[in-house]
Design a protein around this ligand. Structure first.
Ligand code: G2I
Length: 448
């Protein structure tokens, strides 16, 4: 995992790439042809869950080391793995993941300190005073062992219920210590390793809904009272029953607006081919459109070891071949595969991203705006799709030329097709709500 641009902010990384391209004929030496290097060009990390027991498999580690700049131990840091008996800490498997990643210059996300699952039975048997002490001892034990080595910790994981209640989930911590256990865990964590970013991590919080509203309210309260929290993780486990929400980017943005970083922490999307690729593109574009979205982690290297391998949700197939979803993610990150391949002129791939915002809203309608941003190469034309949910209808479009097929509106440039690398243009549209205020889905941008 040699990632020379990994820690540079977006503009510095872009400048470096430009300078290097000007001063060397060997442009391919700086081409962003891996997930990690392309994300670094955007000032982000690109990580994966890592399982210690696969590190001996040559193809697994080769793919891991080549593509990813961050590693999250998939199970090795959980309570049952690290403190199976009270006060007995076992770090062997987690150390193997941390040492492997750090020796190659990758960051490590710590996952996870306080969670109701994979919790040894002795924890659940404790009364309140002992449980509080055990929780703090566990946090101090892990964070002390890895002090200075962890980029971000998932301090508390999945503490809210699914569904519309917005309530906390029943767990030994919640049931015996009450709502305050989350705050206490974060305060203990800050003292244990002040350099680590402290995250709250959850699933089904990826769009605006009752559960994410409850997490948002908690983070807002923490920020207002000075409870230490630096980031919110959005697990982003998607499939056809739980697709990428239409308001995914807006949801990330509203958390960022509270003054925390947002991270996509366990991304996987069941499916295959172009549909899977398009869904991955939307996630990457959403992260790139939110300045405080600092990185993306996919929940595994290869489909064959995924926790839901039957759904083939990852970027590499069981033989470590790049899937269409891989190519889409790399392109959305502004990278380019096979820079020296036949017919390839050698420059960066021509790509664009599309980011949506609602710019005006009134009782019977709203205005939407899509910002088209060119990737690392100049763009001479682009297309983007906007799907407004029934019963809404689009009544006008400006700075773009629409064509419609059913609910899907494809927009091409009017006068604004030509974009220099990294620059943006916008188009806008007015929607008649017909009773629904739901957000439209803005599809992947394609550029030529
Ligand atoms: O369930 C998906 C993820 C949801 N968010 C939190 C993550 O920590 C969680 O990860 C999964 C792992 O990917 C699985 O690998 O967490 C599962 C357990 O809740 C993990 O599964 C467990 C199996 O249930 C165990 O039987 C097995 O011993 O993995 C263990 C280690 O392979």
């Amino acid at each position: 995992m040699t990632m020379p641009l990994r820690r540079l902010p977006r503009t510095a990384a872009a400048t470096l790439v430009t300078l290097a391209a000007l001063t060397t004929a060997a442009h391919s030496a700086v081409a962003a042809d891996t997930l990690g290097s392309a994300a670094a060009g955007q000032g982000r990390y690109f990580g994966t869950a890592v399982a210690a027991n696969h590190l001996g498999e040559a193809d697994y580690t080769a793919t891991l080391d080549r593509e990813f700049t961050s590693a999250t131990p998939e199970n090795e840091m959980k309570w049952d793995a690290t403190e199976p008996g009270r006060g007995t800490f076992t770090f062997g498997a987690a150390d193997r993941v941390v040492d492997h990643a750090r020796s190659r210059g990758a960051d490590v996300r710590g996952h996870t300190l306080v969670w109701h699952s994979q919790l040894p039975s002795w924890v659940g048997a404790l009364g309140a005073p002992d449980l509080r002490a055990a929780m703090n001892t566990h946090i101090n034990g892990l964070m002390g062992h890895y002090k200075g080595q962890i980029h971000s910790w998932d301090v508390v994981n999945e503490a809210f219920q699914d569904g519309g209640s917005g309530a906390r989930r029943s767990s030994p911590f919640q049931d015996r210590l009450g709502d305050g256990f989350i705050e206490e865990a974060f305060r203990t964590a800050r003292a244990a390793d002040p350099a680590a970013k402290l995250c709250y991590n959850d699933y089904n919080t990826d769009g605006v809904n009752a559960k994410s509203n409850a997490v948002h309210a908690m983070v807002k309260d923490f920020k207002s009272r000075g409870v230490p929290i630096d980031c919110v993780g959005f697990q982003s486990h998607f499939n056809s029953a739980s697709p990428v929400p239409a308001d995914y980017r807006q949801n990330l943005q509203r958390f960022a607006d509270l003054g925390v970083d947002v991270q996509i922490t366990e991304l996987d999307i069941e499916g295959s081919g172009s549909a899977q690729a398009a869904a991955y593109t939307r996630v990457v574009e959403a992260c790139l459109a939110v300045a405080r979205c600092t990185g993306i982690t996919v929940w595994g290297v290869t489909d064959k070891y995924s926790w839901r391998s039957g759904g083939t949700p990852l970027l590499f197939d069981g033989d470590y071949r790049k899937k269409p979803a891989y190519d889409a993610v790399l392109a959305a990150l502004g990278g380019s595969g096979d820079p020296d391949g036949p017919g390839d002129p050698g420059g960066p791939a021509v790509t664009c991203t599309a980011a949506y915002t609602r710019t005006a809203d009134w009782s019977s309608g709203y205005n939407g705006q899509v910002t088209i941003t060119a990737g690392a190469a100049p763009v001479s034309s682009w297309t983007a799709t906007v799907t407004v949910p029934a019963p809404q209808s689009v009544s006008s479009v400006w700075n773009g030329t629409p064509s419609r097929a059913g609910d899907v509106m494809t927009v091409r440039p009017s006068w604004n097709g030509t974009l220099a690398a990294g620059t943006s243009t916008t188009f806008g549209f007015t929607v008649v709500k017909n009773g629904s205020s739901a957000a439209p889905t803005v599809g992947g941008c394609t550029a030529s």
